[in-house]
Design a protein around this ligand. Structure first.
Ligand code: SAM
Length: 218
């Protein structure tokens, strides 16, 4: 099935999303620097961008930068005085990301903080509340990131959690994978939180079988 999913993604991206040399160059830079290809797919990047546009978000928090591919998708929809703060633990990833942010001409809109997010998050209080928060880093820490996301939200804030299906393993309570267990706790915490109106969708495509959670803070 993977080939079919990838073929369909290729068709959709080719038909709907104008090719863009900046995004092509960002992916080429990531590849050349040996970064893992864990960036969102182009149609997912466009989906994130649409969420920014639909909500009129002006302040975005992203946890998990990699090479700033998703950061650039979202930041391009910000107004000139908007801000995206993105958090990355790996200095090598951050170095490539900073180069890509410059390439996209978004140094004014994107602030990259280097260090484990559980630590850098504590320094962001003066930037809160955020309008949109994208959680896409180390999955075992998702419950910690959810706590910060709720602290840094206002009614109407959108919280998106990526990679929550994990080839279907999310439905396995016995999984020995700490990423799966992190995502399961994240989902249970959201489901039990009356402050959140939340759903999750499975996705298939060039990135395999996965999915995301989408929550609105009440
Ligand atoms: N959002 C990116 C995109 O779509 O282009 C992909 C992010 S990738 C899935 C996850 C990133 O989180 C990696 O670059 C990894 O180094 C980073 N990461 C892992 N643990 C982290 C932590 N404790 N704090 C901050 N970032 C972390």
């Amino acid at each position: 099935m993977q080939k079919k999913w990838s073929d369909v993604d290729e068709y959709l991206v080719h038909s709907l999303i104008p090719s863009d040399t900046v995004f092509q160059q960002i992916l080429a830079n990531n590849h050349a620097a040996g970064l893992p290809a864990h960036d969102v797919a182009p149609n997912q990047g466009k989906f994130l961008q649409l969420l920014v546009e639909i909500t009129g978000a002006r302040k975005i928090l992203e946890i998990g930068t990699l090479g700033a591919y998703s950061s650039v998708w979202m930041a391009r929809a910000l107004p000139a005085d908007g801000k995206l703060i993105t958090l990355e633990a790996d200095p090598r990833h951050a170095e490539v990301a900073q180069k890509n942010i410059k390439l996209a001409g978004l140094e004014k809109q994107i602030d990259l903080h280097v260090g484990p997010a559980a630590e850098t998050l504590a320094e962001l209080g003066h930037n809160a509340p955020f309008d949109l928060i994208f959680i896409d880093a180390d999955k075992p820490n998702n419950p910690v990131y959810l706590e910060w996301a709720l602290k840094y939200s206002r009614p109407g804030t959108l919280i998106i959690g990526d990679n929550v299906v994990r080839d279907g393993e999310v439905a396995n309570p016995e999984s020995s994978d700490e990423r799966v267990q992190g995502v399961r706790t994240f989902i249970e915490l959201m489901g039990n939180n009356p402050r959140l109106s939340v759903t999750a969708l499975q996705t298939v495509g060039s990135k395999g079988w996965d999915g995301f959670t989408l929550a609105r803070v009440n």
